[in-house]
Design a protein around this ligand. Structure first.
Ligand SMILES: CC(C)(COP(=O)(O)OP(=O)(O)OC[C@H]1O[C@@H](n2cnc3c(N)ncnc32)[C@H](O)[C@@H]1OP(=O)(O)O)[C@@H](O)C(=O)NCCC(=O)NCCS
Length: 140
């Protein structure tokens, strides 16, 4: 963990982030990520995509989205060879710091029901599942 740097992603790193997600992120039950979608996020809110970088290599990511009204966390992922070393925890902490600084008062994360690893880390960081809501979606 000593060389780990947590910071906003640079526009030139977006391709590397997409490649990282292909192997490290939860990719089930969702549309594929595209360069255009990630570029649009970065253009709108360049600080939302936080990367964990170790000696120039991306080893973790999280998106800390803030729309002025609500805060949402997405794309928490840690390199498979670097898990259980506190990187996920550090990413969540960095995301919460950003949202706190922006004035957010509550934060939520999109988590698949059948992803027990994810349940474990969100629970360990103080998040709880909200059972009286479900997500309603409509592809555009
Ligand atoms: C989920 C994920 C991000 C965890 O990242 P990580 O860097 O390994 O997590 P940390 O080392 O910071 O773990 C923090 C705590 O979370 C819990 N935790 C994390 N992974 C766990 C696992 N596989 N089993 C049980 N508990 C786990 C533990 O309480 C852990 O603390 P401990 O190591 O002191 O016991 C990582 O496994 C991952 O990238 N998975 C694939 C993508 C994914 O599912 N993302 C979540 C989308 S919602």
């Amino acid at each position: 963990m000593t060389d780990l740097e947590l910071r906003a992603a640079d526009a030139r790193e977006l391709g590397a982030v997409l490649a990282f997600w292909a192997t490290a992120a939860e990719n089930a039950s969702r549309p594929p990520d595209t360069p255009a979608a990630l570029a649009a996020l970065h253009l709108r809110d360049p600080d939302a995509l936080i990367v964990a970088v170790d000696r120039g290599r991306i080893v973790g990511t999280i998106i800390a989205g803030w729309d002025g009204w609500r805060c949402h966390l997405y794309r928490l992922a840690v390199h498979p060879e670097r898990r259980r070393a506190g990187i996920g925890r550090a990413l969540i902490d960095a995301a919460e710091s950003r949202i706190r600084a922006l004035g957010g008062t509550r934060i939520d994360a999109m988590v698949l029901d059948d992803n027990p690893r994810a349940h474990a880390i969100w629970a360990a960081r103080g998040y709880r599942r909200q059972d009286d809501w479900s997500r309603w979606i409509k592809p555009l």
